[in-house]
Design a protein around this ligand. Structure first.
Ligand code: ATR
Length: 260
């Protein structure tokens, strides 16, 4: 039951109706027997700074989750940033300290890597191909290198965006083997699809499936549909496949721990 003692958490987004975090995090709070509740807050970009200033004043607010389109702007409004947030310039979770200071970090990548590990696909020492260079791909690239990938090639329709991520990664990890390249999985142990291709039935595959070897793990971050055309094609060719939902499952735990 919600009482005067219940700790408050929020998720901010625009639009808000589609977010799944309230269901998932409130279920997590219940499973941990925590007196806490997370509510959706619809915040358009033009009101963001005022809402964040108000959050600083709310003494029973433990923190908030940040999603589209606020991840970059909120990073700039935080007082402290964790390493993944600094490297990607974006946050998805903010903790409110007792004095109103805000500490932000980014768990998209850590959730993905933790999800891989729970399924027996540790990226340490592996040659990886990352497809896509959007917000999610940037965070995942950071965490894959941090986890000890032997090599990371980032392929993207817009090459300059892949190059920009590579540049940031080289600053954070000067000795890492990271480069922008083409979507060729032949010399890879694992392929990660972080493009949005596969969300709609009419989307083309994000790579030429003919080039997949059966030893290569093929991982998605798309949650719906669960079996994307890429995963279906990879499975047909004997590749181990890794579903998008594992990322969210692990991310929820990491985000809750950071805010609590
Ligand atoms: P997210 O927040 O999920 O990362 P995003 O930042 O919009 O979303 O990134 C979407 C990714 O999917 C980008 O890498 C994008 O490629 P561009 O950087 O060239 O835009 C990729 N993507 C989306 N539609 C695509 C398409 N039709 N063909 C190839 N890549 C596509």
């Amino acid at each position: 039951m919600i009482t005067g003692n219940t700790r408050l958490f929020a998720i901010i987004a625009d639009p808000i109706a589609q977010v799944r975090t309230p269901q998932v995090l409130n279920a997590y709070f219940q499973s941990q027997d925590l007196d806490a509740v997370l509510v959706p807050v619809h915040v358009p970009a033009e009101g963001l700074a005022e809402v964040i200033a108000g959050f600083r004043r709310m003494k029973n607010l433990g923190g908030f989750i940040v999603t589209v389109p606020h991840k970059i702007q909120v990073a700039a409004l935080c007082d402290e940033l964790g390493p993944a947030a600094r490297a990607t310039g974006s946050v998805n979770t903010v903790r409110r300290e007792a004095d109103g200071r805000l500490a932000g970090d980014m768990f998209d990548g850590a959730g993905f890597v933790q999800g891989l590990r729970t399924q027996g696909h540790d990226p340490a020492g592996k040659r990886l191909l990352l497809l896509g260079a959007g917000g999610a791909a940037g965070a995942i690239a950071f965490s894959l290198v941090e986890a000890g990938a032997a090599r990371l090639v980032i392929a993207n329709r817009t090459l300059a965006k892949a190059q920009a991520i590579v540049q940031r990664l080289r600053q954070a990890f000067p000795h890492a083997d990271v480069r922008a390249g083409t979507a060729d999985p032949r010399e890879c142990d694992m392929v990660v699809n972080a493009t949005t291709l596969g969300m709609r039935a009419e989307d083309p595959l994000p790579l030429d499936a003919e080039l997949l070897r059966p030893e290569t793990v093929v991982a998605e971050i798309i949650m719906k549909p669960e079996l994307t055309p890429l995963l279906a094609e990879a499975h047909k060719r004997g590749c181990p496949i890794h579903y998008g939902r594992h990322m969210l499952d692990e991310q929820v735990r990491l985000m809750a721990r950071f805010m609590l």
